[in-house]
Design a protein around this ligand. Structure first.
Ligand SMILES: Cc1cc2nc3c(=O)[nH]c(=O)nc-3n(C[C@H](O)[C@H](O)[C@H](O)COP(=O)(O)O)c2cc1C
Length: 348
């Protein structure tokens, strides 16, 4: 394995999704082995409860490394959390020589994108569902009434985000307002990728000020925004969740790997995907009893929304690590980019 090949693999792998495009990773190469580290303060500190969002992102990154390696003539052997003393060391990867061969999903790593446009009201074929939802960890719903319940529960997030000063602040602080910052690969959500309807797009510049959002909320803005997004989420072909037995770091990484594989397959099938996760991350915090950031009146809303999502997907025990909508849509207006991977090389 050459350092050049590791660099080439990482240049492709970092096209993995991450919360707010936070890209919470850095790399070291020692004795031909790759070490992947989490950067704990990169992602939104309220949503990224116990690094669960960042670990999902690392799962996508690791899945990409596995898929990209055969293109360069290697197979990747991944060991998760190899050092119990260092929880930021997410994985070590050793590479074995194999025949050069492209994985069937290799070409889709860079094409995969979050599409926040409204989706069309079209159903998935049985063949598409068999490909996408083959994992035992995945549950999906396509019945209209069930999608409506899940969408409405998921969009409780928008209401809470607009009514909670700390979440509002982090959300607006994370927006990239201009193309130059987005083209440079900076973390944050580029405004054009949010696919906002024109009146909201204009209002967004003002809504970044808490005092203005607060006044708008008094005349029902947060509830209206939530209702609007519920309608968008419900109009997908299907909503699906990735469920793990437990909620350890390894579980979230494995959920990220499963999520990434589905997303790449969806891309190959010409389908659009958007994670819809905010409420899951808030629920994780509430379930752990860490509610300091929330208004008292929001705590039961978050709990009820999570319970509704679980019940509608028919999930008894287990943790919902991720939730997505999938369907047919026009191409996104814009896409996000990436920073070059930060690699510390000790091999000469
Ligand atoms: C753990 C996690 C949670 C995410 N949650 C959401 C979400 O709730 N809504 C959303 O629109 N995108 C969500 N995303 C998508 C990211 O914002 C997106 O991957 C990132 O901005 C990079 O853009 P790209 O996927 O188009 O490459 C999430 C991604 C990850 C990994």
């Amino acid at each position: 394995m050459t350092v050049e090949h590791i660099k080439e693999i990482l240049n492709i792998a970092v096209w993995a999704p991450s919360g707010d495009n936070s890209q919470p990773w850095r790399f070291e190469v020692r004795n031909e082995k790759l070490y992947i580290f989490n950067i704990p303060d990169r992602d939104n500190p309220i949503l990224n409860f116990k690094q669960s969002g960042s670990y999902v992102a690392h799962g996508g990154l690791i899945e990409n490394i596995s898929i990209a390696s055969p293109h360069f003539g290697y197979s990747a052997n991944v060991s998760l959390f190899p050092d119990a003393q260092n929880k930021d060391l997410v994985a070590s990867v050793s590479f074995e020589n194999t025949d050069k061969k492209d994985h069937p999903l290799f070409n889709y790593i860079k094409q995969r994108v979050t599409n926040r446009k409204p989706y069309k009201n079209e159903v998935l074929t049985q063949e598409q569902k068999d490909i996408l939802f083959e994992s035992d960890n995945v549950f999906f719903r396509e019945d209209k009434a069930e999608k409506k319940i899940i969408a409405s529960a998921a969009s409780t997030m928008e209401r809470i985000a607009l009514e909670t000063p700390a979440i509002h602040k982090l959300f607006f602080r994370g927006i990239l307002w201009n193309k130059k910052d987005n083209d440079a690969g900076q973390g944050g959500l580029y405004i054009k990728t949010l696919e906002l309807p024109p009146p909201i797009r204009v209002a967004f510049k003002f809504l970044k000020h808490w005092a203005i959002t607060n006044i708008f909320n008094k005349i029902g803005f947060s509830k209206l925004a939530s209702k609007g997004n519920a309608g968008v989420y419900a109009k997908s072909s299907a909503l699906y969740v990735v469920v793990m037995d437990s909620d350890t770091g390894k579980d979230f990484i494995n959920a990220g790997r499963i999520s990434q594989r589905i997303w790449l397959n969806a891309t190959k099938l010409g389908l659009s995907v958007q994670p819809v996760t905010g409420i899951l991350f808030l629920a994780r915090r509430v379930i752990a009893g860490d509610t300091g950031v929330f208004l008292n009146s929001h705590i039961p809303l978050i709990k009820n929304a999570y319970e509704k999502i679980k019940a509608t997907f028919g999930i008894g025990s287990g943790t919902i690590a991720m939730m997505f909508r999938v369907g047919y849509a026009n191409k996104p207006t814009a896409r996000s980019y990436r920073l070059s991977p930060h690699i510390n090389i000790e091999d000469k």
